[in-house]
Design a protein around this ligand. Structure first.
Ligand code: NBP
Length: 459
């Protein structure tokens, strides 16, 4: 369809995320141009949008497919706003290069994919040389969120974000106060950095939930009973998207059996968890549970030559005979959620300090309250915990008791426990570690009773 200067926003890349975001935008009364490298996806989306309109006659927006990038770009009102939702990495650079043939100074490119924050930093400076304004925007919520309301984390050029925020606010999910789950996250690569850390937290909580599932399996409980436990866990602060889907998953049958029992125990990853761990090392953040959750997926492709019958290595002591079993489970998962969130916030705070992005962590917590994978009621209480200095982590006792009761591998529960122990420890044994470093390498040490750097003094 050829319309000049008519459409308010354009979307390039119409796989699940781009198609659903475009439908979301059009359903909010916006005029949306869409383009995809493979033409058939554009045609499919036009048909879906036609059906959306039949089902919802009140829709005032429009969705217009273009078969070439030039007419797509020419159809947009100036300054043009183009959202890119293609596979992260080289495809994003390819699309930007193609767009540059037609865009003009002042136009805005919004990379809404899961780009690596370092690529975003590079693209920002490359595009500012060409006077194209660039926004790196994290999106969370998966395909359903993209359609019905995601959490949107835009960062980069402030003025550009302010110009697109009215559109983002229309399509975003709502927080607990009914405000849009989007905000200007910060300058530079802040948006994609925050989204990356969101994914790191997601990895950790998912693995923590899986470990609770494994503990319950180790008690000999049926999938049906385990599902009931997760239904109960999905309450209070733990009421969350990840527990909701766990309950649905555990209730899904394939024939007479549960589908989950037919799935191979090998989890894959697309990279954002690993990037979070790299960033943790780069900025000196203590994020052990995020690292454990990434390696837990790697470990799930373990070398099978050591495998022995599970019953021989796992001590199935009857966890379900522990008093207050439900409460222990709740407390343990509470510790996992809390430690995972705190680690992520710590990492964002350290990066923000070094990069001067101007991130407001309370706002980050707020825009995760709706639409996103790590949304939970915990996020209501998190600012208070994050901003306080004297917290008692009462969850630790339950975590310890559960772990003592089993030989089931619990890398994330253990590391969350150790994380909470470590950040509360009045002193750690690292005086000895530093002494050893100085002993064999003259790496110096600091003293508790004098200022300065010291070395030697060993007998
Ligand atoms: P994919 O990540 O599967 O990418 C497929 C899209 O990229 C198609 O439109 C494809 O066009 C296009 N593309 C590729 Br591949 N190479 C291209 C190139 N060189 N030039 C132009 N287009 C190219 O899509 P997705 O799952 O919808 O995700 C889109 C972005 O959103 C990704 O960055 C993803 O990480 C992120 N994200 C995804 C989710 C999720 O739940 N899926 C959630 C949050 C964020 P074609 O049709 O012509 O092959």
């Amino acid at each position: 369809m050829s319309v000049i200067n008519q459409n308010q926003i354009g979307v390039v890349g119409l796989a699940v995320m781009g198609a659903n975001l475009a439908r979301n935008l059009a359903s909010r009364d916006l005029q949306v141009a869409v383009y995809n490298r493979t033409q058939s996806k554009t045609e499919d989306l036009e048909k879906t949008w036609y059906q959306d309109q039949q089902d919802n006659p009140s829709y005032q927006g429009g969705l217009y497919g273009y078969q070439d990038l030039e007419s797509f770009v020419m159809s947009l009102q100036r300054p043009r706003k183009v959202m890119i939702l293609v596979k992260s990495g080289n495809p994003v650079d390819d699309v930007i290069d193609q767009l540059l043939e037609y865009l003009e100074p002042g136009d805005i490119i919004i990379d809404t994919g899961n780009s690596n924050w370092k690529d975003t930093q590079r693209r920002l400076s490359q595009l500012s040389e060409k006077q194209i304004r660039f926004v790196g925007c994290g999106v969370s919520g998966g395909e359903e969120g993209a359609l019905r309301g995601p959490s949107l984390m835009p960062g980069g050029d402030l003025e550009a974000v302010q110009e697109i925020l009215p559109y983002l606010q229309k399509i975003a999910a709502r927080d607990f106060q009914n405000q849009a789950c989007t905000t200007y996250v910060g300058s530079g690569a802040a948006g994609h950095f925050v989204k990356m850390v969101h994914n790191g937290i997601e990895y950790s909580i998912m693995q923590g939930i899986a470990e609770i599932y494994d503990l319950l399996k180790g008690c000999g409980l049926s999938t049906e009973v385990i599902q009931k436990h997760f239904k109960d866990l999905n309450s209070g602060l733990l009421e969350s998207f990840l527990l909701e889907i766990t309950v649905d998953i555990l209730g899904t049958k394939d024939g007479d059996e549960y589908l989950v029992d037919k799935i191979k125990d090998q989890a894959k990853a697309k990279g954002t968890g690993g990037w979070t761990v790299e960033a943790g090392l780069e900025f000196g953040a203590y994020i052990p549970s995020i690292a454990e959750s990434v390696f837990a997926r790697t470990g799930s492709s373990r070398n099978q030559r050591f495998i022995i019958n599970r019953d021989e290595i796992y001590t199935h002591i009857s966890l379900n005979k522990l008093t207050n079993f439900e409460e222990l489970l709740h407390q343990t998962l509470d510790g996992v959620y809390l430690a995972s969130y705190l680690q992520g916030l710590d990492l964002i705070a350290l990066a923000n300090q070094e990069k001067n992005w101007g991130i407001d962590l309370n706002e980050v917590i707020r825009i995760w309250q709706g639409g996103c994978i790590i949304r939970s009621r915990y996020l209501e209480k998190l600012p208070q915990i994050w901003n306080s200095t004297d917290q008692e982590f009462t969850q630790k006792a339950a975590m310890k008791m559960l772990m003592n009761g089993t030989n089931t591998p619990t890398p994330v529960i253990s590391s969350c426990y150790n994380y909470l122990q470590t950040i509360q420890a009045q002193y750690l044994p690292t005086n000895l570690t530093q002494a050893q470093r100085d002993y064999f390498g003259a790496h110096t040490y600091k003293r508790v009773d004098q200022e300065g750097d010291f070395s030697g003094g060993w007998s």
